[in-house]
Design a binder for this molecule. Sequence first.
Ligand SMILES: [Zn+2]
Length: 74
Amino acid sequence: MSKPITGFELLEKEVEQAEEFKEKHRCSSKNKKRDVTGANRIFSYTFTLTGIGVGVTVSCSCGKEKNVTDYDSW
Ligand SMILES: [Zn+2]
């Protein structure tokens, strides 16, 4: 019954959680040499597919990460 996943979206709650994390992590990139865009704050999102939903983790350039998955939506 599962449809093919073609893209990932953050839910409203997940965006809020991610923004909160970003506020706490105003960390500069440790790897400035590769920072060609001029942006000194780098965050990445990891999407984890499970049988019942998609987990979302946001991570900072400092190495810290936070699971922002909105489990209520599962
Ligand atoms: Zn950080």
